[in-house]
Write a protein of this length. Sequence first.
Length: 465
Amino acid sequence: MTRRAEGVPRILTLAAAALVWVGCDGALAGPDIPPAPPPPIEVPGCQAAGSPSCEATGGGTCWYVAADGDDANAGTEGQPLRTPQTAVDRAGPGDVIYLMPGAAFGIAHTVAGPDNSQTGTPERLIANISSFRGTASGTADNPITLKSLPGQSCAVIEGSPTEDVRLWVSQPYWRVENLVIDGGNIGVGERFASGVHDVWVVGNRVSNYRTMSGSNWGIIKVDESDPAPYNVYIENNVMHDMNDGGTAWNEEGDLEHHAGFALIAASGLVLFQNNVIYNAPSAFYFKRDHAGPAVVQGNLIFNVVTMGQWRSANTTFERNVVFNVLDGGGPRMRSGATNTVFRNNTFIDMDHVVNLDGPMDGHTSENNVIFGAGYLLEFFGASGNVGQSQLDNNCFLTPSSFFALRVQGQNESYTLEEFQNTFNRELNSVRLVDTVKSDVFVDPSAGNFTLTGAAAGACPNAGAY
């Protein structure tokens, strides 16, 4: 294969998200994102010491899948299966499916058609965890887990030069952990599924996903179902490099529909926490109007063309670090995107932090560090509606020409002082005129954007750390 990832750039070694991806030893949970300088992000691969033991719960079974296995085998460690799908089809509550190094190769299945049957275009899938195949659900006490075998190299699942591989999870109480997918994606939910909830996608590296055609794709994607998925936890994953049929990530023609994380629909909580997104056309795509909540916190986002379009209500965007957004803009808030909270984030070199192309209802922006931005808000609409949102205690490290608000199409803009006087917002915010990163951040060349010097003194509670 020539598409194997080169590894996470050095910029991650001292970056902001307080995130640790440690591979296959099971220590996956990140800290609670304290307001303190972050530890290094560790991405050492998947080697881990120790002898693996069966982690099944509630009397469940451990299944083993190996490249030299046979699907007629019993699925024990000594007699492993050949394909992940066979293990998925046999698994029940409390079971753990272990993929051994080199075990998981995509195989052709058919996708569900409009008659809710297994008909349609053949697709190369790692596994289809779906009621259409009769796949079992886990339970709250005994979920079913698909993961790399602890104490070994991670199972690396590779797409071909012309075909991606996909892993779909459309049954409740499933966990997907510690896989390396090079040339594919992970999806939660599917259009004709029902009852998709309590799904964990944790500690995976997913890269080099080529959308080829169509839209609404993500390196990790929460899709629609009936009802839409809820209680979905996307944590501690590294996702990078996405393109459309061979173009580079920054040459993608359809920015809106191709994202690192795509949230097509949800009917309850979606948590996106302690992940890394880079080299993607768009960081996020939140398609449908839905009530949420969606919680996006503790993530590191860089090398994206755009932050994407958001239509979900009740979204919290907190303690994230965002830099090198090529179009310079923050998320474009569309109809349905009400009551969004931007709190304690660090935004670097952005033309504007938030683009409001919809209702102003109930948004909050507070305690953010904003370096080099031309504008806090770019707004399509009547500027008088700004008063419906809470904007305060932000830390602006900007050129002297900084404006707090630009209203598109109306030749209307406001300096911070004018914004304060006109809208009675940002009254306690701080603006320092400084455009040199090394003056205000500890080590920006290594990705450490902790405030230092005068900026730290002026903005003690702002930013992602």
